[in-house]
Design a protein around this ligand. Structure first.
Ligand code: PNW
Length: 508
């Protein structure tokens, strides 16, 4: 199984930070700019629960999480953290941690239960998000809203395959986005259209480990579908950016962009040119796939065109013009980042649906050296140097300010609240990754404006169910009690002192 397909392993490993990496993994507490924003992030399906409350329609995740046999560890998010009913408490919790920002997503099928442009609006769903936004604003917490965090309305999937039909999806998504801008845009000043198009395309339409679970075994066209889905996302994003700029930006004065995830890649064998090229090309296929059209307004990267040939859809002249026009409107690069991997160029012929240009990923290189200490997930290694390099890579290629819209890690044994609260592993991970940002800013000249920890609280980790816990707040999934972990206080305190340190630095 490729690393990409394995979601959860090594639940309770004992970690030594000075393992085989040879890197200095001591947190330095380097400063961050005085106006650097910190926040927490969540997604609707992962925390809300209230699956059919107040007229909410089904999403593809409601269906996928109830499949028999289960593809989600036997678990669903019908209740999850019950945020839908406990939202005021959660806002107060964030206020107590002094967060500047809360990034959350809107469940499309909560406000348009059937999803389509001619379907009715659910005012009770709108009221929930209005209340959330009002409470955030009252607490001086900036709402950052993602429109699509993986939960397409089931009905539009049944009607036309959701993201598989570019024209239909784009029209329905535009309608949904317009509704959100109209109802919430007086108070929401940062919008994200899509969360992680790579994961939607590959995990949901090739590996099949996320809803709607398309994969070779399910008989779907894994050669073409992921690239069609990516194409739909890019064009739907651009259309909505265009609409926001034309119809809303002048009066609402907000910003809009997309969130892309990506690892940094190091060569598996650093003395082989083929592996060095593979590491670079893996990032082009992972990130450039979306970021070139979105932020440069250009075609897909040339490497992808030549490798994928007719599997990769074409942009029409009108679409190229749309991309060119909207590229500079994207206000920042939303970066979700968790870890670094090694990339190795394979020589055996790849599968006909290969999406990597025949590159294998691993956490151990040709000399047996690990990329970093393992977290609660085998692939998620502590590798802050890779993070710094990725910030540089993105800045050099796209030259837009970066906001880190997700970063964090799970660790083993955190069901037990007493153990979870003492989450030194996570505190150190955060500390090291914040040091990497500081060095990228002050030593490398990269513009990074904010950092949102994933996640505000333990939640439903998609196909891994309630296994991996990424929260800075522990959730007891029986009583639903919230208990801040040490990392919540670490983040509150470290941002206070790092930002103070930077003002001193600026004065000197
Ligand atoms: C993100 N990977 O997903 C999502 O935005 C969140 O909803 C999710 O809970 C969080 O990260 C933790 O997994 C990812 O394989 C899924 O590199 C997979 C990867 C990265 C991010």
């Amino acid at each position: 199984m490729s690393q990409e397909a394995s979601m959860f392993s090594a639940a309770d490993v004992v970690v030594s930070y000075d393992s085989s990496t040879g890197h200095d993994l001591t947190v330095q507490e380097f400063p961050l700019p005085a106006n650097f924003a910190w926040g927490t992030a969540t997604a609707a399906y992962q925390i809300e629960g209230g699956a059919s409350q107040d007229g909410k329609g089904k999403s593809i995740w409601d269906t996928y999480s109830h499949l028999e046999p289960s593809r989600t560890n036997g678990e669903n998010a019908d209740v999850s953290c019950d945020h839908y009913n406990r939202m005021p408490e959660d806002v107060e919790l964030m206020a107590s941690l002094d967060v500047d920002v809360y990034r959350f997503s809107i469940a499309w099928s909560r406000i348009i239960p059937l999803g389509g442009r001619d379907d009715p609006v659910n005012e009770k769903g709108i009221a929930f998000y209005n209340d959330l936004i009002d409470r955030l604003v009252a607490r001086n917490i900036e709402p950052v809203v993602t429109l699509y965090h993986w939960d397409a309305p089931q009905e539009i999937y049944d009607r036309y395959g959701a993201l598989l039909d570019t024209g239909e999806f784009r029209a329905d998504f535009e309608h949904y986005a317009r509704l959100c801008f109209t109802r919430f845009g007086d108070r929401v000043k940062k919008w994200v259209t899509f969360n992680e198009p790579y994961i939607i395309s590959i995990f949901a339409h090739l590996n099949g480990t996320l809803a709607p679970g398309h994969c070779r075994e399910a008989g779907t066209d894994t050669k073409a579908e992921p690239w069609r889905v990516g194409h739909t996302i890019i064009l739907s994003h651009a259309a909505v950016v265009d609409m926001y700029a034309r119809e809303f930006q002048a009066s609402q004065e907000g910003e809009i962009t997309i969130v892309l995830n990506g690892h940094f890649y190091e060569p598996y064998n650093a003395s082989l040119q083929a592996d060095k090229d593979a590491a670079e090309r893996r990032m082009v296929f992972y990130i450039g796939w979306f970021a070139d059209p979105v932020f440069l307004g250009s075609d897909y990267p040339a490497e992808m065109r030549s490798y994928l040939g007719p599997r990769l859809p074409e942009f029409t002249p009108d679409e190229r013009e749309l991309l060119r026009r909207t590229a500079p409107i994207n206000a920042f690069y939303g970066m979700n980042h968790y870890s670094t991997k090694y990339a190795r160029q394979l020589s055996d012929p790849p599968a006909d649906d290969d999406w990597t240009s025949n590159i294998e990923e691993s956490s151990v290189n040709s000399e047996g050296k690990e990329i970093g200490p393992v977290s609660g997930l085998g692939w998620l290694r502590v590798a802050p140097e890779g993070f710094r390099k990725l910030l540089n890579w993105v800045w050099k290629r796209y030259h837009v300010p970066i906001i880190v819209t997700e970063n964090g890690c799970p660790y083993g044994g955190e069901e037990d609240v007493a153990r979870a609260v003492d989450d030194k592993f996570r505190q150190r991970y955060f500390g090291l990754y914040l040091d990497a940002i500081s060095r990228a800013i002050y030593e490398d000249g990269v513009v990074v404006k904010g950092y949102y920890a994933w996640s505000l609280m333990d939640n439903y980790e998609w196909s891994a169910g309630y296994g991996p816990r990424y929260g800075i707040v522990h959730v007891d999934f029986t009583t639903l009690k919230r208990t801040p972990k040490g990392s919540a206080y670490y983040l509150r305190d470290t941002f206070k002192s790092r930002r103070k340190a930077s003002s001193r630095r600026d004065v000197c």
